[in-house]
Design a protein around this ligand. Sequence first.
Ligand SMILES: [Mn+2]
Length: 271
Amino acid sequence: MCGSKMSTTYRTAWISDVHLGTRGCKAGALLEFLRETEFETLYLVGDLIDIWSLRRGIYWPQAHNDVIQKLLRKGRKGTEIIYIPGNHDEFISEFLGHYGSVTIRKNAIHMTAEGRRLLVMHGHELDNVVQHLGWLAHLGDIGYVTLMRCNWLVNFVRRIMGLGHWSLSAYVKAEVKNVVNFIGKFEESIVRYAKDYNVDGVLCGHIHTAAMRMVGDNTYYNCGDWVESCTAMVEHHDGKMELLFFDPTVSATPTLNEEEEKHPDYQPVLL
Ligand SMILES: [Mn+2]
């Protein structure tokens, strides 16, 4: 044994909604995943960089640089990277084409080892079909706990205004029910959308809710996000698909790992 950690290898991996450039991004957990796993093909299924947020103010810690560097390094070492822009990084779609090991595409058809055809797309294409999608995309920004903490304030104001008690938690629970309905509608709509591509399944992101389930005779895959849940979809060498969950509380290691330090070509990008 040489003492170095053995990395797990997969045929394919899909990650989406990393939202680099926002405080919510769990770059530490993602870096750990990228360090410990290798893949032949990696799909970045949209919203890798959050330009909407960066327009409001620059937030770009070292860990976010490290994510980009780690991805490019994987590309140099032979991973084929397919970047499908989402709505928060839509400007990337102006640069469709091949850039070394990185290909930028609007969407892609992935053929699994078992010969199943999957349509890979971000999912914002359905924004006009499914209502309230935009609202849901921002759900992750405000935590449930934070909302609950505001309940006393809401009722304090209501009392002053002569209004009755109002339960924020009941309101949120009702909204959650709407969200469940919404997710179901999104899944059905995107599977219907994918049918034109003559595929066995569709793999997307966008709604920050990881899933893998049958919708009619198609499979719906959602690789989730790296803001709340920290999930990745992977395909094993035999074509079996699996949803992986990571610990969102892992903080970014401030220093680079040994392997990266040994390579002098590592140049942090300055913004
Ligand atoms: Mn999105």
